[in-house]
Write a protein that binds this ligand. Structure first.
Ligand code: ATP
Length: 360
């Protein structure tokens, strides 16, 4: 198990900025994910760790070893690519054995280690098959076995599930997680899929435009997003703007429209938030935090009427897109067998004050 440190790593492609000043420490045995939209710099960062790109500035350190400009084959990393990058004309065995062949391991050892790697990914008995005789999910497992067989110190996975259909993606996701937990190998995973990142990772690094936005455990990133980008990229969020009307102790009252004031707690805010009467603030309200009020005539705080625009029944939930205070509000209710509302129906809404999160 090896620690991976990126120290102020920047990569420029001529005038194009790939990533800027990434500074993180990935703990030994950690499952660490780079998450962000297309073009945010996650693959570039992973490629620098693998050695396919060298940083323009900064250092990359594995344990005590500075690997910043070490060629890929000297880093003892195992890599799995989005398109698998298998050799289609070779058998499963030959594909998995490739890294051992290059390292000139004796034949007996090759056979033994390939068998073990195929067993790890539940493909024992498939050694003689050709790659084009396998399903997409099986091909992805061969790619995993090929990465694992060299017993790497670090496993690097670049969007490994994106070519699989939804069901297979979920199965393979569990499989990768199981392998990682069993082997304890330091794993770095790249994805643009926030649900995948949340489900698999010990910690996530959220990136946008080549810049790290936040690093933290899934629950930290979800519950305490540092900024607007993280709040809207991770899960769904209603981002409502308003003007601070008054402050009483740690309670803060925000006018969102001429006839609606919402009240929340200042404690529930991103670390750098400052509040002043008359200043604008952005509130993040998760759809699952929105409640149906017992009566639309209830005069209690944070209660108001919304109009249904779209109702979506998923079985587990009823999701509503509504309109309130002249702005969209998404609400997600757990299905309890109540009647699903229709377009233009009125819905009495309550937003618990402690579920409002103020962004910087
Ligand atoms: P995707 O999910 O689409 O793969 P990504 O988050 O992995 O995106 P990168 O591939 O790391 O993003 O790209 C980051 C930025 O660097 C982009 O603006 C991209 O156009 C640029 N870039 C990446 N590789 C090169 C290259 N070889 N030459 C020039 N620019 C590059």
């Amino acid at each position: 198990m090896v620690e991976v440190a990126l120290e102020h790593v920047t990569k420029q492609f001529g005038k194009v900025s790939g990533v800027q000043n990434v500074d993180i420490r990935i703990q030994p045995g950690e499952f660490f994910t780079f998450l962000g939209p297309s073009g945010c710099g996650k693959t570039t960062t992973l490629r620098m760790i693998a050695g396919f790109y060298y940083p323009t500035s900064g250092r990359i350190v594995f344990g005590n070893q500075d690997v910043t400009t070490l060629p890929p084959h000297k880093r003892n990393t195992g890599m799995v690519f989005q398109n698998y990058a298998l050799f289609p004309h070779l058998t499963v065995f030959e594909n998995v054995a490739f890294g051992l062949q290059v390292r000139r391991r004796p034949k007996d050892e090759r056979i033994q280690r390939v068998e073990r790697a195929l067993h790890q990914v539940h493909l024992q008995g498939y050694g003689n098959r050709r790659i084009d005789q396998l399903s997409g999910g099986q091909q992805q497992r061969v790619a995993l076995a090929r990465a694992l067989v060299i017993e790497p110190n670090i496993l690097l996975l670049d969007e490994p599930l994106s070519n699989l259909d939804a069901k297979l993606r979920e199965e393979t996701r569990l499989e990768i997680k199981r392998l990682q937990v069993e082997s304890g190998i330091t794993t770095i995973y790249v994805t643009h899929d926030q649900a995948e990142a949340m489900a698999m990772s010990d910690r996530i690094m959220v990136m946008q435009g080549g810049v790290v936005q936040q690093v933290g455990k899934p629950e930290e990133i979800y519950n305490r997003p540092l900024n607007r980008f993280v709040a809207s990229f991770i899960g769904e969020s209603n981002l409502w703007e308003g003007i601070v009307e008054r402050i009483e102790g740690d309670r803060i009252y925000v006018r969102v429209s001429p006839d609606l004031v919402l009240c929340g707690s200042m404690k529930n805010s991103s670390p750098h938030s400052r509040f002043a009467v008359g200043a604008q603030t952005t509130m993040s309200i998760r759809p699952e935090a929105v409640r149906e009020a017992s009566s639309e005539f209830a005069q209690s705080e944070n209660t108001f009427v919304a109009k249904v625009v779209i109702a979506e029944f998923t079985g587990v939930n009823v999701n509503y897109l509504t309109e309130a205070a002249n702005r969209p509000l998404k609400a997600m209710f757990v299905n309890q067998g109540h009647q699903v509302r229709q377009r233009d129906d009125r819905l009495a809404i309550h937003i618990p004050g402690d579920s409002i999160y103020f962004l910087e």
